[in-house]
Design a protein around this ligand. Structure first.
Ligand code: BTN
Length: 253
């Protein structure tokens, strides 16, 4: 654990680069990381020309209507724990959205924040590893805040906080609450606290659902292991560990 995190000082969001238009905030943070930027630096943008989602997908935004941010993390952990950082990001979004809007979002494994059947936020953890562990992780978060409509290809499965509450939300305020929540959840991650998995179980909309892994194996999601993998019980009683890819009923938005 870094000295700052041990001492209880804030790690995430002490330095924020608020940009107008970029290709991707992920790329901006990668550039800062290569220049030796400290852990916790945040880049936000009003609009991304080439926003990236998971599995090589694009991430659409309407200028000025989303929270688009990437955070540089340098966790001193084994690379097997990186997938947990998507949960850290998703849980922080749930904390912040609940506090600021009164909505009760859920977490769809591995990285989607949902309100009912609609996706409001996606999380992307991009890691660079060394032989002995993680070099750095860029944690990207795209939260739909004030959009009034979506492009036809995602309109049926995405939503925004505005559409869900009927109110316009203050993006600056949401960002401040989100960074505070992210700092607290990241601390739990560093401390290997059981609180993280407990929170995931509380907020999960995947637990108990019938899911199908990318390779076709299917069963009921019964838990999350300590690395962030989904544990799935098949009809013949076997326990599968699903580490990546999509699961049925979990289309991207
Ligand atoms: C997903 O659900 O596929 C993950 C989407 C992550 C989008 C965010 S927006 C800010 C950051 N910059 C990017 O290019 N992507 C992430």
């Amino acid at each position: 654990m870094s000295g700052a995190a041990r001492a209880g000082a804030r790690v995430i969001g002490r330095v924020i680069h608020a940009l107008d238009e970029v290709g991707s905030t992920q790329a901006e943070v990668a550039r800062l990381a290569a220049e030796g930027a400290p852990e916790g630096v945040v880049v936000t943008a009003r609009h991304q020309r080439a926003g990236r989602g998971r599995l090589g997908r694009a991430w659409w935004d309407q200028p000025g209507q989303s929270l688009l941010l990437s955070v540089l993390l340098r966790p001193p952990v084994a690379s097997t724990r990186v997938p947990q950082l998507s949960l850290v990001g998703g849980l922080a979004v749930i904390d912040a959205v609940a506090a600021e809007t009164g909505l009760t979002p859920g977490m769809r494994w591995p990285n989607d924040v949902m309100v009912g059947e609609r996706k409001v936020c996606g999380v992307l953890a991009e890691a660079t590893t060394r032989a002995d562990g993680v070099d750095r992780v860029i944690l990207g978060i795209g939260l739909n805040v004030n959009q009034e409509s979506f492009p036809p290809d995602v309109a049926g499965r995405a939503s925004s906080l505005r559409l869900l509450t009927g109110r316009v939300h203050d993006r600056e305020r949401l960002l401040a609450t989100l960074l505070e929540a992210l700092d607290a959840r990241y601390r739990e991650f560093l401390a290997e606290s059981e609180d993280l998995r407990a929170a995931w179980r509380r907020h999960s909309v995947t637990l108990g659902a019938h899911v199908r892994a990318a390779d076709g194996r299917e069963g009921v999601a019964v838990d999350l292991d300590e690395t962030g993998a989904l544990l799935v019980r098949t009809a013949d009683g076997a326990l599968l560990r699903v580490v990546s890819g999509e699961i049925a009923g979990a289309p991207a938005a």
